[in-house]
Design a protein around this ligand. Structure first.
Ligand SMILES: C[S@@+](CC[C@H](N)C(=O)[O-])C[C@H]1O[C@@H](n2cnc3c(N)ncnc32)[C@H](O)[C@@H]1O
Length: 200
């Protein structure tokens, strides 16, 4: 019951932003992986799946479209972020035409999706990305070192119900698509993984 109440409070955009602020060490790792792994230029058209209140917007120099299932987050993103488009949409059922983005990204969202939803998101991402682009997943994972009990416990308390080890994340995505590259950054609060997802 306490968990449910906490989750409802976290649905509020302002509380969510505060939570992101507290999680800065993890957010810094998301940023590093995004900047180092995703090819981004002034003309690159990027779709961000599970954009929340739009924190990633400022890292994208080109055209940005963010979608999120929570309309309150989308409304907040429209208010506080400059440039880009924010749309309330389910990442597993995108309404964009085929091959309409250069790159598709998803930051800190896979642990909110069960296996079927994650596979559906990957297939949709690959449908809307142009040939030569990729779907770039960046998310916290259960600690690489199983003795990191505190980190393990911390992530399991997250409101996302599907925390995964790197190998589980890769195996789940691989049932629907190809995983061309993986990379992990260890952090004090979470380890963070990058997956480059391409057609199977
Ligand atoms: C931890 S937040 C990350 C938000 C943002 N990417 C960031 O880094 O600040 C996870 C987001 O996934 C969104 N989400 C969960 N399931 C979704 C779905 N099926 N389609 C789109 N967004 C979803 C949630 O509403 C939430 O905003």
């Amino acid at each position: 019951m306490l968990r449910k109440a906490l989750e409802r409070v976290l649905e509020l955009p302002a509380v969510y932003d505060l939570n992101q602020f507290i999680g800065q060490p993890t957010v810094r790792r998301y940023t590093q992986l995004l900047v180092e792994e995703v090819p981004l230029g002034a003309e690159t058209k990027v779709l961000d799946l599970g954009c929340g209140t739009g924190a990633t917007r400022k890292l994208i120099p080109g055209h940005y479209v963010g979608i999120d299932i929570n309309p309150d987050y989308v409304a907040s993103a429209k208010r506080i972020r400059s440039g880009g488009e924010f749309i309330a949409m389910d990442a597993t059922k995108l309404s964009f035409p085929d091959a309409s983005f250069d790159q598709v990204i998803s930051v800190a969202t896979t642990h909110h999706l069960d296996g079927e939803q994650l596979q559906a998101m990957a297939l949709e991402a690959l449908r809307v990305v142009r040939p030569g682009g990729a779907f770039h997943i960046i998310d916290a994972i259960l600690p690489v070192n199983p003795r990191d009990r505190a980190k393990d416990m911390f992530f399991r308390m997250d409101r996302g119900r599907f925390p995964r080890k790197l190998e589980d994340l890769v195996a789940t995505v691989s049932r629907a698509a190809g995983v061309a590259r993986t990379r992990v950054l260890n952090g004090p609060m979470h380890d963070v993984a990058y997956l480059k997802v391409v057609g199977a």
